[in-house]
Ligand binder design. Structure first.
Ligand SMILES: N[C@@H](CCC(=O)N[C@@H](CS)C(=O)NCC(=O)O)C(=O)O
Length: 218
């Protein structure tokens, strides 16, 4: 039975982007359903019909429903053990999971102040010290990963993995909010933007016409 992924608007839904990228990047077949966010009770009900969390993303695999971006990625890693969704080396895998968890549970100031909005015209914005600390931490982690794994490929852990998917929305945020990044970070962002799955999501996000006013204020 084909996997079904329920996601929000591609322009805004950073949590949806992450498992979608994993599915696409690893060539796992799936059907996707986009449910527009914050449009009212009917669309909210469509999400609730899939998951009582009331949030996307959610993955349905037969009679198994998994919600939450990171739980879905872990489910995919377990469901497709032959694909290196996480790096196959144990130390690298532990490191990748740690930075994935740090993204999932942290960086509140950056997430609040620089919401993913792919069609936002590129321009800088005044950010809090806390958001700047988040940005410095992410750059430090990316550079550390690239230094360790430069020889095995251009992504955080060499080959594309769930760690890249977890940080993909940050690549959009750094670009649209004109964050002044270090050259090695820019190189990584350029590599990510060339990834076919990342490029496809971006193109489809830009083709969306529905806007969410509260995310268009800055
Ligand atoms: N921790 C969750 C967060 C999911 C989440 O906040 N999703 C947002 C869209 S990106 C949502 O569904 N919002 C709709 C709502 O709250 O009504 C995850 O990682 O999947």
């Amino acid at each position: 039975m084909t996997l079904k992924l329920f996601i929000g608007n591609k322009n805004y839904s950073s949590w949806s982007m992450r498992p979608w990228l994993v599915l696409k990047a690893f060539g796992i077949p799936f059907d996707e359903t986009v449910i527009p966010l914050y449009t009212g009770a009917a669309d909210k009900q469509r999400i609730l019909d899939v998951t009582s969390s009331g949030k996307v993303p959610a993955l349905v695999d037969g009679d198994i429903t998994v919600w939450d971006s990171l739980a879905i990625i872990e489910y995919l890693a377990e469901r497709f053990p032959d694909m290196a969704v996480w790096p196959s080396d144990r130390a690298a895998r532990a490191h990748a999971r740690a930075i994935g968890a740090e993204m999932h549970g942290g960086f509140g100031p950056l997430r609040r102040e620089c919401g993913m909005n792919i069609h936002r015209p590129v321009r800088a914005k005044m950010l809090s010290i806390e958001a700047l600390v988040d940005i410095a931490r992410i750059q430090e982690m990316w550079i550390d990963c690239r230094q360790r794994h430069a020889r095995s490929g251009p992504y955080l852990f060499g080959a594309f993995s769930a760690a890249d998917a977890m940080y993909a929305p940050v690549v959009h945020r750094f670009r649209t909010y004109a964050i002044d990044v270090q050259p090695r970070v820019q190189d990584y962002m350029d590599v990510m933007r060339m990834h076919p799955a990342f490029a496809q999501w971006t193109q489809e996000a830009l083709a969306e016409t529905l806007t969410i006013e509260k995310f268009e204020t800055d």
